[in-house]
Write a protein that binds this ligand. Structure first.
Ligand code: ADP
Length: 416
């Protein structure tokens, strides 16, 4: 039979390739399209995509025949050789060209296993991702040098996009796994914290009774020790409560009890409990005509308490100022201090869970690194925003907004 030599249209192939790459197919569909494209380009009746997985090679997709398995141990030599040669090889070359004589036997064995006429190895840089085998052409046409040439031209481009699709698949899988681990972590933290809180509350209760002298008058040493027990237990309780709150927020289980209230009395009531340094002054600059805000009173109290506690903690001497101003439909509140400030390299992380700018075992300040995380999430539950500005050695300003109209609080039921 005499066949006219087929001319390959590189421009047309490039166009088809760009369509193939433009679509972010899930990998199965991408593999099928890739094989279909190669079969159409070379006129082959079937193809198989074999990819490296861990230390072995597996058939990932077949076109034109059922998926099959092959004896890997019989292909090792040929795969080694493909790694060295890097280009397309055909069964005809093995039969007709003397330069392939050294690998003829194992090569033919390889082609028989894959029922293939040609093999295109897929490389990204020096790494071989796998290979595509192509079975016979329609009407038994041979795989010519021109056909090998276009396959070698297509190979690196296909390998690159295949690599992207494999990475995409891997990232998607890892994201699902990470989400599962994160859910499990939240669940464990929530359960454990809850279980720890019950006995701790009992410890605190009994320690308070002892401190009050209910079971008999305590001497000086005993009072000192029971005070230490109480301080430590209360700190622990604060951390456990923060962990439970974080787990509840992550589970999307944090109902708000919204009401309308004035900020000034709330902040004033907190100022009495504020552990300010002797040399630090507190200024509350909230005008009496500042409009009332909508929010969950208990949570807004916690947000203020946390920002004020931080301002007091990180200001050895100077001032802490609370101010508020109306900005459109929200009230913008600022808690500013003239304390130690935060370096610019640490600023992007201060709202991360458990982050402490002054971290490590040598840290000077107590804390859990959860206060800002929780405060930010609580503000956001109210439809607001929390952000910070700071200058190392000069002080920090924490701003947040709360709604002046109930409409801003999304998906939450308003208390009457
Ligand atoms: P912590 O319990 O450690 O205070 P936070 O989540 O409240 O945790 O804050 C995270 C980190 O941000 C703190 O460890 C601290 O380094 C820094 N930070 C927060 N508020 C201030 C502030 N007013 N001045 C200086 N640093 C602050």
């Amino acid at each position: 039979m005499i066949f006219s030599k087929k001319k390959y249209d590189y421009e047309e192939s490039a166009k088809k390739l760009s369509v193939l790459f433009a679509n972010n197919f899930p990998s199965n569909e991408f593999h099928r399209n890739l094989l279909k494209f190669l079969c159409e380009t070379t006129d082959s009746v079937g193809a198989a995509l074999v990819l490296k997985e861990k230390e072995t090679f597996t058939v990932r997709h077949c076109l034109g025949w059922e998926s099959f398995s092959f004896r890997m141990e019989e292909c090792v030599g040929m795969i080694q050789w493909l790694k060295k040669n890097k280009g397309t090889i055909t069964r005809l070359q093995l039969l007709e060209e003397s330069r392939w004589a050294p690998i003829k036997k194992m090569g033919l064995n390889f082609f028989i296993q894959f029922q293939a006429e040609a093999c295109l190895p897929l490389f990204v840089g020096e790494e071989m991702l796998g290979f595509v085998t192509l079975s016979q052409k329609r009407e038994g046409r041979p795989f010519t040098a021109a056909c090998r040439q276009i396959l070698d031209w297509l190979g690196p481009q296909l390998a690159m996009s295949l690599n992207n699709s494999l990475l995409w698949e891997k990232i998607r899988y890892q994201n699902v796994e990470l989400a599962k681990v994160n859910d499990l972590k939240s669940q464990i933290v929530a359960n454990l914290s809850h279980e720890l809180k019950t006995p701790l509350t009992a410890v605190i209760g009994f320690a308070e009774l002892l401190a009050e002298g209910v079971d008999g008058e305590l001497n000086g040493e005993q009072k000192k020790h029971i005070t230490q027990v109480l301080d430590g237990s209360n700190r622990l309780l604060k951390i456990l409560t923060a962990l439970v709150d974080l787990a509840k927020l992550e589970a999307g289980n944090f109902p708000l009890n919204i009401q309308q209230f004035h900020l000034a009395p709330l902040v004033t009531s907190l100022s009495d409990e504020l552990p300010l340094n002797r040399d630090t002054a507190l200024q509350i600059e909230i005008d009496s005509d500042t409009p009332r805000i909508y929010g969950d009173l208990g949570l807004v109290r916690q947000i203020f308490r946390h920002l004020l506690d931080n301002a007091a903690k990180y200001t050895p001497g100077g001032s802490v100022k609370v101010s508020a101003s109306k900005k459109g439909e929200v009230l913008e509140i600022c808690v500013a201090d003239t304390g130690i400030g935060i370096g610019p390299e640490k600023m992007p992380r201060i709202f991360d869970d458990f982050y402490q700018a002054d971290g490590g075992i040598t840290r000077r300040f107590e804390g859990s690194g959860l206060g800002l995380t929780l405060s930010k999430k609580w503000v956001e539950l109210h439809g607001g925003r929390l952000w910070a500005k700071s200058q190392l050695g000069k002080g920090s300003q924490f701003y947040f907004t709360l709604p002046l109209k109930p409409i801003v609080i999304k998906h939450r039921e308003l208390a009457a």
